[in-house]
Design a protein around this ligand. Structure first.
Ligand SMILES: NC(=O)c1ccc[n+]([C@@H]2O[C@H](COP(=O)([O-])OP(=O)(O)OC[C@H]3O[C@@H](n4cnc5c(N)ncnc54)[C@H](O)[C@@H]3O)[C@@H](O)[C@H]2O)c1
Length: 256
């Protein structure tokens, strides 16, 4: 068991990559706090983990809201007493429901709200949760923080400049915090997945999926397990010499 008795919080844990991480971490002995803004999603994954023999509890909060994050951490710490691993994973692929096919939004078409909502959901949330986790991890002299980046933040993608900016921001934030807190025993890294089959990518058009597959040397989308496995490594003691790194399971989309 690689995370025996570790206390973990996964934001956006009610779906896709967060769900997979919660299930894998619990199977490795962790107690898992499943955060999500959608109460039924958080509850369903917590139930799924419990039914599989693990220990989990839902924590409903919008992590883009500073006050909501403070409240969630107070509840989390009251329930579990500490935090060993934080995964900043919550995210959105688009800021508007177009009711079907995904609409390509050029930068000149982005509203202020499209911009701010994307930055808030990814970058503000990562900051808010990291700040609360560090209040526990620094005095304790131990902890692992894993931030969900993307190839959108490393290589860039067209027609999602707000998403790319948010993900690139997360990577810069990861490196800075990692350098700042390494001496306190807190290990901070990021993952930059390529395209993975999750509810986030499910609404992509057949044409967009074909574009992804033809640009991915391995010739397919990744599976949530590919990302959860990288997260498990970064959450474990095996990663204690990894400081401010970006691991990118992406099927060859980029080798940079
Ligand atoms: N799927 C991919 O191809 C891919 C690739 C690279 C990076 N990512 C990133 O991985 C993360 C997870 O993506 P996924 O594919 O599992 O998506 P998903 O839509 O399946 O899951 C995201 C979860 O985050 C939750 N969430 C959204 N906003 C929230 C908020 N403000 N507060 C709390 N919870 C919130 C959603 O309710 C949802 O349950 C995201 O940060 C995403 O940008 C995904």
């Amino acid at each position: 068991m690689r995370l025996k008795d570790k206390i973990v919080l996964v934001t956006g844990g009610g779906s896709g990559l967060g769900r997979e991480m919660g299930l894998l971490f619990a199977s490795e002995g962790a107690t898992v706090g499943v955060n999500d803004v959608r109460p039924e999603s958080a509850q369903n994954v917590a139930t799924e983990i419990t039914r599989a023999g693990g220990v989990a509890r839902p924590f409903v909060a919008d992590v883009s809201n500073s006050a909501a994050v403070k409240k969630m951490f107070a509840e989390f710490l009251a329930a579990f007493g500490t935090i060993d691993v934080l995964v900043n994973n919550a995210g959105i692929g688009r800021t508007r429901e177009t009711g079907g096919e995904v609409e390509l939004l050029g930068t000149i078409d982005l509203t202020d709200d499209d911009w701010h909502k994307m930055i808030a959901t990814h970058l503000d949330a990562t900051f808010y949760c990291t700040r609360e986790a560090l209040k526990v991890m620094i005095p304790k002299g131990a902890g692992h923080i894993i931030n969900q980046g993307s190839i959108a933040g490393t290589a860039g993608l067209p027609f999602v400049s707000n998403y790319c900016a948010a993900k690139a921001g997360i990577i810069g934030f990861t490196k800075s915090v990692a350098l700042e807190v390494a001496k306190f025993g807190v290990v901070v890294n990021a993952i930059a997945p390529g395209f993975i089959d999750t509810p986030m990518t499910a609404p992509m058009t057949a044409e967009a999926r074909e574009w992804v597959i033809s640009n991915t040397p391995i010739g397919r989308f990744g599976e949530p397990r590919d990302i959860a496995a990288a997260a498990l490594y970064l959450a474990s003691d095996d990663a204690k010499f990894m400081i401010g790194q970006v691991i990118s399971p992406n099927g060859g989309w980029t080798t940079a």
